[in-house]
Design a protein around this ligand. Structure first.
Ligand code: ZN
Length: 254
């Protein structure tokens, strides 16, 4: 079986503290080719770098997640820029807007998102975008900032939003959500994404696909999401993985 590329994972998460090294070793031995581990907050980036240095197949992304904007130091962009020079940091993110929980600071989220998009543009780095319950503002910012190379991660929006995202030249990446019973919208959106703009991800430790739903997720479970995507696109699972791997390699330059 062809090996998997997980374009979005969080192996710095405490969910892996007990067995991280053993798990990663097993994943690379058995089913995984490459992983992008995403560092979402300032105090996570050191772990991101360590992970990329500990394992040949692990690459990293650094950015400020919209839920982690509290108490950002003035020089956070300079810190990202410094880390982006490291050879295995291949993208900025995840960044974006999240209006899911109450008491979010909308103005600040927009500011931090926009600043990071501009930095990525200046550094010529691909961008990983997170958008939850904030499609309208996210799209407005993307229309005005026009990122050169970006992926909308953990996509669960409508077919219409997918079309708009694709119109801006973005990639669309799906997690295990695609396999959920109530994921009709995501399935319809997936149908509309051209083969050369699709990517696969876990967003682990969250979002474990069916039949692992509710369990701690890891990169091997991408196989279930790939099988579902293959079914939607009318190709074999092997072929689907091959296509998504190729897209990931082009997108991240890995
Ligand atoms: Zn994530």
């Amino acid at each position: 079986m062809i090996k998997l590329i997980d374009t979005h994972a969080h192996y710095d998460d405490e969910a892996y503290d007990e067995d991280r090294d053993i798990l990663l070793k097993k994943l690379f031995e058995e089913s995984v080719e490459k992983i992008i581990t995403v560092g979402c907050a300032l105090d996570r980036w050191e772990d991101t770098i360590k992970l990329t240095e500990s394992c040949e197949g692990i690459y990293g992304a650094v950015g400020i997640h919209p839920e982690d904007i509290c108490g950002l130091p003035d020089d956070y962009l300079r810190q990202i820029e410094e880390l982006a020079k490291k050879p295995k940091i291949v993208a900025l993110g995840e960044m974006g807007l999240d209006y899911h929980y109450e008491n979010y600071d909308r103005e600040m989220q927009i500011k931090v998102f926009t600043e990071q998009l501009r930095l990525a543009d200046r550094l010529n780095m691909p961008v990983i975008i997170h958008s939850r319950d904030a499609a309208q503002d996210t799209m407005r910012i993307l229309h005005s900032e026009k990122p050169k190379k970006a992926v909308m991660h953990c996509f669960s929006g409508s077919r219409e939003t997918a079309a708009e995202v694709l119109g801006l030249g973005l990639y669309i990446s799906f997690t295990g959500v695609l396999t959920f019973k109530n994921a009709k919208k995501a399935v319809e959106a997936c149908e509309a994404v051209p083969m050369d703009r699709l990517m696969l991800e876990t967003d682990c430790p969250y979002m474990a696909p069916v039949p692992y739903r509710g369990e701690r997720c890891d990169s091997s479970m991408i196989l279930s999401t790939a099988a579902k995507m293959a079914e939607i696109k009318g190709v074999s699972t092997e072929e689907m993985i091959e296509i998504c791997n190729k897209n990931a390699k082009v997108f991240f330059g890995i």
